[in-house]
Design a protein around this ligand. Sequence first.
Ligand SMILES: [Zn+2]
Length: 532
Amino acid sequence: MSRRTVLLGLDGATFAVLGPLMQDGVMPFLRDFVASGVSGDLQSVVPALTPPAWTSLTTGRSPGHHGIFDFFCKEAPDSHQIRVATARDIHSETIWSLADRNGLRTIALNFPLMFPPPRVRGTVVPGWMPWRQMRLGCHPQDVYDRLKKLPGFNAQELAMDITPEAKPVQGVRPEEHEEWVAVHTRRERQWASILRYLMEEEPAELTAIVFDGVDRIQHLCWRFIDPDPAETLSPQGQRVRQRCLEYFRELDGLLAEAVERAGPEATVVLASDHGFGPQTGTFFVNAWLEQRGYLTWASETRRAAEPEALGIEQLARHVYLLDWEKTRAFAPTPSSNGIHIVRKGPGHPNGVTDEEYPAFRAKLADELRSFTLEATGQRIVSSVWTRDEVFEGPFKPLAPDLTLDLADGGLVSILASDSVYMARSGTAGTHRRNGIFIAHGPGVRRGLRLEGLSILDVAPILLQSLGLEVPSEMEGKVPAEVFDPSWLASRPLRPAAVMPAEAEPAPAEEVSFSKEDEAKLAQRLRDLGYID
Ligand SMILES: [Zn+2]
């Protein structure tokens, strides 16, 4: 009985965009694929961000258990220093490690947080890598030399080192939008060609890939993909829209080819890590905290100093931008939409004491919830969760004290600002919690639309398809409606292998990014609006 299982990841894909594209004939393969399989919205994690979400999808565990909350992680619960998160910060078993322990092979391409790569049977090419590190990031390392020989191979483009001109800032020129879409179209072709090569030359029981152009194109080009019906696109805007549609048409073909190559015996799961929607304004959360007396910026002289001169990496700018003797709450990055409360201690004489903490946190959360714009009465923050409400597990202390959902679904800005809120001149794309799920295969039911699917269910579904028992630690489950009961009954599962306390550590020299790599990563994250 075939165990062949394929996971096609579409970063940031949502039926809000794909639905019309399937209907209009831009994505005919996807339309048929949905019609002949099981599909539904896939509820992502809080925060609905690429690193925690893909990690939850591939571990079946929530962020408080796997330890990933953001692109960044705190050094320690009480530290204000942050660094780029790596595979070393994932503290759960993954579908890759479970497959490997059961003697199955894996192909894993372009997933975030895959560096240093897991040393599993099969092939790993990590995503979000500076191209100079690609060889080091590949497992086994000699696979890089073989991939280099593929026609059209371009490591710089394949990696995250893409056009330095294209920036998602407001007022970007239309030709830059077109170039952005073109670059991502070429990147998807490259990833698809690597997938094709490995599926043919080194087939694996578990094959998985992330196509990330959907996310990146939607970040910059949302207003062309899902235009406001009240607005007509300029001729240039129309051209950008056409490029976006061509991207989706080509992606549809690449997905069709991968499914064809997997063959009729394979189970294919197509999923995204989160959805997408418009962001119409900017909430300057640190400016809001300053107005309310929770945050004090450092003196002009200190703020004018170069971070390098202060020996502080650019990722942790808040460390030198804030006056730590006075600040009691701050947001370190836009991406997590999280507020950290400063606890009393050395260097933080005005910090919040253990006794004060519960009331302080409750008051701050209430003020955020009830905050409205004076002019319009518009509410800016739709939900505020305390760490205890939204996270559980051993890594909960690394999470922000408060996590916000903004009314327009967007990310906060952490910059100083005279006004705490500004409408955006052009609508941008930002994450939503509802991603997509489609499954297809000999044991999968047909033409069924499911409600209530969780991203935590995907790993159990993949394990079921691989013929492996789902470990009890996983928080997700196999939804009963996905597979045919008779197919399930005919399929004896291998018992889950016992989880080791800690995966084997990689050698120290492979463990971290260099300062230069980290700066490159930070620039990419800035391009996408995760740092400002
Ligand atoms: Zn994502």
